[in-house]
Ligand binder design. Structure first.
Ligand SMILES: C[S@@+](CC[C@H](N)C(=O)[O-])C[C@H]1O[C@@H](n2cnc3c(N)ncnc32)[C@H](O)[C@@H]1O
Ligand code: SF4
Length: 286
């Protein structure tokens, strides 16, 4: 059994806190998909004869890549590997990219799980984070996927935000648990080296949240998730019974995975390797 990760390195706007590798969407074209398929034909022997049980499109912002390109990559995988008919196929999406047309296209090409980067159900926090969506659009994105029969919905939230309170975090969690979601990833805000947010902290224009309050927010997450029937199966990940992420579990269980695209990591039990965090550097290697 193996997992496949595809890193889609494009974002419409870079968020001030994020250090995942991405460049502006102006650089996105069919060329990127051609190179992913080229890398697949080059590297598939490294995990030859494995059945693919999970496919994960992460980013960056995979929801910017047209669904036709996602389809080409999924079919390309089928040319080299046996793909489990029940494979978990996840795509990360930004809420404001979500339309019913896109959700139906995903459904039609076999995507059966979405991970929506909502981050907060408080508009002032979304503004602080420099997000493209507001709370209304985040809730609408969930409803759209449900309408398109994508039954496995995960959302990302960030806690420990400057200016957040126990009450604002409780509000985000209450909204989340009130929606029909199957999985929740909650990350404490990290101040990554070299990001604009971390520079603002160094200048003193942003003050990180008090540690005791951060801890109280985590404790609240533990309590509320339990009360809402979610299994807290990993420090940042919670799921309704039957919806633990198979792809993430594969990493923790030491299963093999092949990463395609710039900055993607791979492991085949005898070695680990990773691609350059640069589109040109990656293209030169494949
Ligand atoms: C690689 S991002 C891709 C998701 C998608 N592009 C989006 O932003 O909606 C995956 C998740 O990582 C989390 N994340 C990114 N940078 C973070 C940071 N500095 N601290 C905490 N969480 C972070 C966010 O919750 C984000 O949704
Ligand atoms: S959080 Fe998502 S949209 Fe924002 S820069 Fe990172 S990958 Fe791009």
């Amino acid at each position: 059994m193996a997992g496949i990760y595809i890193h889609v390195p494009f974002c419409r706007k870079k968020c001030s806190y994020c250090d995942f590798y991405s460049v502006g969407e102006a650089k996105m074209d069919n060329h990127f998909t051609d190179f992913v398929l080229k890398e697949l034909s080059l590297r598939n022997p490294l995990i030859a004869d494995r059945i693919v049980k999970t496919i994960y499109f992460g980013g960056g912002t995979p929801s910017l890549l047209p669904a036709g390109n996602i389809k080409r990559i999924i079919s390309g995988l089928g040319d080299f590997f046996g793909v489990d008919p029940n494979a978990e196929i996840t795509i990360e999406v930004n809420p404001d990219d979500v339309t019913l047309e896109l959700a139906e296209q995903y459904q039609a090409i076999g995507v059966n799980r979405v991970s929506i980067g909502i981050q907060s159900f408080n508009n002032d926090e979304l503004i602080f984070l420099g997000r493209r969506h507001d709370v209304g659009k985040a809730i609408e994105a969930i409803r759209i996927f449900r309408k398109a029969s994508i039954a496995n919905i995960s959302i990302d939230l960030i806690y420990g935000l400057p200016h957040s309170t126990l009450k604002s975090w409780e509000h985000s969690l209450n909204v989340a648990f009130g929606l029909d979601i199957q999985h929740l990833s909650c990350y404490h805000l990290t101040y990554e080296e070299g990001t604009p947010l971390t520079r603002r902290v160094a200048k003193g224009t942003v003050i990180p949240l008090d540690e005791e309050l951060s801890k109280a927010q985590f404790d609240l997450l533990c309590e509320m998730s339990k009360n809402n029937g979610f299994i807290h199966y990993e420090i940042s990940n919670l799921a309704k019974p039957g919806y633990i992420s198979k792809h993430n579990s594969g990493y923790w269980l030491g299963e093999e995975y092949l990463g395609l695209g710039p900055s993607a990591h791979s492991f085949n039990r005898s070695m680990r390797w990773w691609n350059p965090s640069s589109i040109t550097g990656w293209e030169k290697e494949v």
